[in-house]
Design a protein around this ligand. Structure first.
Ligand code: ADP
Ligand code: GLC
Length: 485
């Protein structure tokens, strides 16, 4: 099958979160199954590209969109990237979505409208790059319009008309919906028939994610539990009704871990390698991390780690509120992240009050992220919701049992230490409440004091297989079903 994976970010070129990791790994895992896979993303200003340019294709201006170009790049491992180059829209400082100060770009509808339109075009006989996809796989709201454009192309072709690709959209986070004023539809070439409540209308505005959900041939999300949760009002973010209606095409497929990047036995970013068979390097990583972060190492204190977006979603407020109690009980805390300004300031204050036992690094730092996974004793991830979550998987295979909430992919990937099924790999809170977080911390502190109990948790986590192959097979089966339908 020819599969186009359309995305707004891909590690290591550009990454703001888990979507970047998934975009780097899943398309390659699909290619390893024998499919002809290419990835489409914008050519942002600050990307460092390696590989060989093997094609350049012009995209004519249309409506509000200036002329653009598709750069076909063969990466060193043979994987094909199509980079959508349109410097006016994409060559800017900051993240894919906004300026360095965090504000969204005001023309995001145009920017991601073009990305979606080109993704759809590659699924039609009018493909600009001499390669027509059978499947266009969209991801989150930035490519949410692609399924709609494909549906429009199919309708225009009529019965027996030209073949148009099937479409699938993956929800990585339902909280981000790509909502813009309804009049934006005029400039984005979106026909009036699809602007109603059965189309992309969302409380009087237009939602790119809703367009994807209503027009894709299939919808997936990144864990089975999240696929159920988003059909309820609590975690449906106003789209639960749409998802219930489309439940027959909605599937939950758990993400995997890219073990070429995340493997403690073979990770150039950490101080010492270690594995299930030879675990002693883990302690060296703790020493190195405490040293790097300037933490007091005169006693062996339990070291808790946190890497991620500092937001309400991630339950970071629970950590902040519980931190003083943790420190009183002899814990240390190492934090890497950025996000909410108030949370950032509160962490900075905590560090200032306890410089020997708290280290806070604000910003994005790939090597420190690996070092925290390797060097911490326990990883904190008490998310309010978590579509999949990758850090809890990384921490399990790095022998760093996580504290998580029973939600989304956390529920699907972590087994509680007290589980009667045995083989606990972490500490699971029933709900994201302060008392439950504090209780999970108590359980972790107590377990850590018993080397036998702790080692059994670590080993059970390190034995887990979170590779991408099983997920890629599930996507592949779904694509095949779509093409047969
Ligand atoms: P989300 O996508 O919701 O942010 P995930 O757990 O799926 O959460 O993925 C987050 C990814 O981003 C992980 O690879 C994590 O290591 C990485 N990450 C998050 N914040 C940082 C940071 N400040 N520095 C380095 N890596 C980070
Ligand atoms: C999102 C989710 C996260 C998930 C990631 C990759 O950013 O918040 O839970 O792991 O996408 O699918």
């Amino acid at each position: 099958m020819k599969v186009l994976f359309a995305t707004s970010e891909c590690a290591p070129l550009v990454k703001t979160g888990g979507l970047g990791d998934v975009s780097a790994a899943l398309p390659r895992a699909l290619a390893a199954l024998g499919h002809d896979v290419a990835l489409l993303m914008p050519a942002y200003g600050n990307m460092v590209l390696a590989g060989q340019i093997v094609g350049l294709f012009a995209i004519a201006p249309q409506g509000p969109w200036p002329a653009a170009q598709l750069i076909k790049l063969r990466q060193d491992d043979g994987f094909i990237l199509y980079l959508l180059s349109c410097p006016q829209l994409y060559a800017r400082a900051g993240t894919p979505y906004g300026s360095p100060d965090g504000a969204d770009h005001s023309d995001n509808a145009m920017r991601f409208g073009l990305l979606s339109r080109v993704a759809a075009l590659i699924g039609t006989p009018h493909t600009p790059c001499a390669w027509q996809a059978d499947i266009v796989h969209a991801n989150d709201w930035p490519t949410g319009l692609a399924p709609l454009y494909l549906a429009q192309a199919r309708a225009n072709a009529g019965p027996g008309g030209a073949t148009v690709a099937c479409s699938l959209i993956t929800i990585h986070n339902l909280a981000f919906q790509g909502v813009f004023p309804m009049h934006t539809c005029e400039s984005l070439d979106i026909s009036p028939e699809v602007r109603g409540v059965d189309g992309l209308e969302f409380w009087g505005q237009m939602s790119m994610l809703k367009a994807g959900l209503n027009f894709a041939d299939a919808i997936t999300t990144v864990s089975p539990t999240y696929a159920r949760e988003i059909q309820g009002a609590d975690l449906g973010f106003g789209l639960d009704g749409v998802l219930r209606e489309r439940a027959h095409v909605l599937h939950g497929i758990l993400n995997g871990v890219d073990t070429t990047l995340w493997d403690p036995a073979n990770d150039p970013l950490i101080a010492a390698p270690y594995s299930l068979e030879s675990p002693s390097g883990k302690a060296l990583n703790k020493t190195a991390l405490r040293q790097r972060c300037g933490l007091d190492a005169s006693e062996n204190r339990m070291l808790f780690g946190l890497v991620g977006r500092l937001t309400h979603q991630k339950g970071v407020d629970l950590i902040l509120a519980g931190a003083e109690r943790m420190l009183e009980q002899g814990a240390q805390l190492v934090v890497l992240g950025s996000g909410d300004a108030v949370m950032q300031a509160r962490f900075a204050e905590l560090e200032a009050r306890h410089p020997a036992h708290v280290s806070v690094t604000l910003g994005f730092n790939e090597s420190l992220a690996h070092q925290i996974e390797a060097g911490a004793d326990c990883f904190l991830m008490p998310s309010r919701f978590e579509p999949c979550g990758l850090n809890q998987m990384y921490s399990q295979i790095y022998g760093t049992p996580p504290i998580v909430t029973r939600t989304g992919g956390l529920a699907d990937s972590v087994v509680d230490a007290g589980s009667d099924q045995g083989d606990g790999t972490g500490f699971v809170m029933q709900t994201p409440r302060q008392d439950m977080f504090d209780d999970a911390v108590q359980r972790a502190l107590a377990a850590w004091k018993s080397p036998v109990a702790w080692e059994s948790l670590q080993r059970a986590g390190m034995r887990k297989e979170f590779g991408w192959e099983a997920s890629a097979r599930a996507y592949s089966e779904l694509y095949a079903q779509l093409l047969q339908a």
